[in-house]
Write a protein that binds this ligand. Structure first.
Ligand SMILES: Nc1ncnc2c1ncn2[C@@H]1O[C@H](COP(=O)(O)OP(=O)(O)OP(=O)(O)O)[C@@H](O)[C@H]1O
Ligand SMILES: [Mg+2]
Length: 308
């Protein structure tokens, strides 16, 4: 099946000469959830803005459901919901009207029942008659999400949707995302909360300095780059590691009370069993054993650090 979004050799140079995107290639499949990770200034918002048709590319092409986002702006924009990073809302309008109006802007017929459903899902229903200026920051962010969902988009972009919001909104939001995923909506989100990406994404893209360093299935990425460690707390401190253990991934911590072992996830059973037997043979005993696995955050930090 053709990808629902196809980004080809996309570049963006801002009017001051700054090169924010340096040749991005990315395909997004219908119905998937893609998380874009990257440090401040990496180019995430720039990329999203171009796909949504609200910023112009300098080179390359973006197709949404086969339509060019520049030449066919109306067709592509109506398929897309965008929750922008920055709060920009009309302060003197009510919540209900703002969200309802947004639906109209995308050329859809009024549908109060749909607007009610969206507002209820985001716990905004009891605020529907409030003016936006009467809402807290987190509630305004909920309104942005409601606006993006007002016209029942097939593709939803969430640009830092949970920055600075409380636990309840996060939960509401991830519930909404789950429901949307179930109904086949394609979702692209950026976040600085890596555990969010780890929790929810099917694929993860890492962007840095205007380049896409990788895009990969989340589970495959974790398996490939994830590191596993076995930690053994020893009964008696060791002054040094016997020579027969040199060079096999085993390290004695400075205080001599702990051994750490980096192991390969593929054949862990065998190698750990062998190691434990050899330790016993060398009269090294432990009182506690635990394992640690590197998280997506460790992987991200390592990748972005290496690219500098
Ligand atoms: N209008 C503009 N003119 C010139 N440079 C810009 C403009 N907008 C963004 N930039 C620059 O382009 C780069 C990418 O910005 P962008 O907003 O896409 O980053 P981001 O990955 O979304 O970062 P953040 O995590 O902080 O939201 C930054 O260096 C930024 O300063
Ligand atoms: Mg941004």
């Amino acid at each position: 099946m053709a990808p629902i979004i196809s980004v080809q050799n996309l570049t963006k140079t801002y009017s001051n000469g700054f090169e924010a995107l340096k040749g991005i290639n990315l395909d997004v499949e219908k119905g998937e959830i893609l998380a874009l990770l990257g440090p401040n200034g990496a180019g995430k918002t720039t990329l999203i803005s171009i796909i949504c048709g609200i910023a112009n590319p300098s080179g390359g092409q973006v197709l949404v459901a086969g339509h060019d986002v520049v030449k066919d702006f109306r067709a592509t924009r109506s398929m897309i919901g965008l929750v922008p990073q920055e709060l920009t809302t009309d302060q003197f309008e009510t919540v209900f009207n703002t969200v309802s109006f947004s639906r109209g802007l995308h050329g859809k017929k009024a549908n109060p029942a749909h607007i009610e459903k969206v507002l209820r899902a985001l716990s905004l229903w009891d605020k529907k008659d409030n003016m936006l200026r009467q809402l807290s920051g987190g509630m305004k962010r909920r309104v942005l999400i409601a606006k993006a969902l007002s016209h029942e988009p097939e593709i939803l972009f969430l640009d830092e949707p949970t920055a600075g919001v409380d636990v309840t909104l996060r939960k509401d939001m991830w519930n909404v995302v789950e429901q949307l995923r179930a109904s086949g909506v394609t979702i692209i989100l950026t976040t600085h909360y890596i555990e969010e990406a780890e929790e929810i994404a099917d694929r993860v893209g890492v962007i840095n300095g205007g380049q896409l360093l990788l895009v990969e299935d989340k589970a495959a990425l974790m398996a490939k780059l994830g590191r596993k460690q076995l930690i053994l707390d020893l009964t008696e401190p060791l002054s040094r590691l016997p020579d027969c253990f040199a060079g096999n991934g085993l390290t004695l911590e400075a205080d001599g009370c702990r051994l750490t072992y980096d192991f390969d996830a593929d054949n862990e059973q065998e190698s750990i069993a062998t190691l434990l037997t050899r330790l016993a043979e060398n009269n090294i005993h432990f009182k506690d054993l635990s394992t640690r696995q590197s998280s997506l955050e460790d992987i991200f930090v390592a990748l972005v650090g290496a690219a500098k």
